[in-house]
Design a protein around this ligand. Structure first.
Ligand SMILES: NC(=O)c1ccc[n+]([C@@H]2O[C@H](COP(=O)([O-])OP(=O)(O)OC[C@H]3O[C@@H](n4cnc5c(N)ncnc54)[C@H](OP(=O)(O)O)[C@@H]3O)[C@@H](O)[C@H]2O)c1
Length: 191
C-alpha cells in the first residue's frame, strides 16, 4: 500500500494561518484562480488514484465548516481522540477512528487498500514519524505569511527524499513530488 501526502504550503512552509485560515491559498474559497482556469494542479487525478483519505480532526473541522462535503463517496477516516462523533449530515463513507498510524495502516492494507492519502499537518507528522509516508507532493504557493501551522515538525530520524519531478505553473505555484526514503541516517543527539 502506498501512502501519499498531497498538500499546499506557503513558501515559508505553513499549511494554514495560526487560526486555521487558508485565505493565502488561491482557490481555497472554491473559486478558480483567474490565471489558472481549468488547472487543478493534478488534484482530481490524484483523488481518483486513492482508496482512502485519512485526515486529522482539525482538517475535518475546517472541511465541514464550508457546509458542503467535498469528497463524494470516497472512503474518509477522521482521526481524533477527542471528537465524540461526526457531524450528522456527512456521508456514511466517513468514519471516526483513533488508532495509531501503524495500526491503521496495517488494517487498511489487510482490507485491500492500495493508496492512502494523509492530510493535516499534525497527522502527516505522525505518519512520517512512524515511517509510513512513501510520497510527498507539495505545492508551494509564492507567498510568505511569517507564522502559521507548519507542515513539518520534530522527527525521530532524518528523512532523505528522492526528488521525482517538479512542475511550475503560470500562477507561480511550484509542485514537487518526492519519494520518502525512511531512516536514511540518525538525527544527532540533542546537545
Ligand atoms: N494547505 C493545505 O493544503 C492544507 C491541507 C489540509 C489541512 N490544512 C490546514 O491544516 C490545519 C489543520 O492541521 P493541524 O496540523 O492543525 O491538524 P490536523 O493534523 O488536521 O489534526 C490534528 C488532530 O488530529 C487528531 N489525530 C491525528 N493523528 C491521530 C491519531 N493517530 N489518533 C487519534 N487522533 C489523531 C488529533 O485530534 P484530537 O485532538 O481530537 O485527538 C489531533 O489534534 C487546518 O487549519 C487546515 O486548514 C491545510
Amino acid at each position: 500500500m502506498k501512502v501519499s501526502v498531497y498538500i499546499a504550503t506557503t513558501l515559508d512552509g505553513f499549511i494554514a494561518r495560526d487560526n486555521g485560515e487558508l485565505d493565502w491559498l488561491p482557490g481555497s474559497d472554491g473559486a478558480v484562480p483567474a490565471d489558472s482556469e481549468n488547472e487543478d494542479f493534478g488534484f482530481n487525478a490524484f483523488m481518483r488514484s486513492i482508496d482512502v483519505l485519512v485526515m486529522g480532526r482539525k482538517t475535518y473541522e475546517l472541511v465541514i465548516s464550508a457546509g458542503v462535503w467535498p469528497y463524494g463517496d470516497k472512503r474518509v477516516i477522521v482521526l481524533s481522540k477527542t471528537l465524540p462523533k461526526l457531524s450528522d449530515d456527512i456521508p456514511n463513507t466517513v468514519e471516526l477512528r483513533s488508532e495509531s498510524p501503524g495500526d491503521l495502516c496495517d488494517e487498511l492494507k489487510n482490507s485491500g487498500a492500495m493508496h492512502l492519502y494523509v492530510d493535516g499537518g499534525k497527522t502527516i507528522q505522525g505518519f512520517l514519524n512512524s515511517g509510513l509516508i512513501d510520497e510527498i507532493i507539495i505545492t508551494r504557493v509564492p507567498v510568505l505569511i511569517g507564522t502559521g501551522i507548519p507542515l513539518f515538525g520534530p522527527l525521530n530520524n532524518d528523512k532523505c527524499l528522492n526528488h521525482i519531478e517538479t512542475q511550475t505553473y503560470k500562477n507561480g505555484f511550484v509542485q514537487t513530488k518526492y519519494e520518502v526514503v525512511n531512516a536514511c541516517r540518525q538525527a544527532p543527539e540533542p546537545a
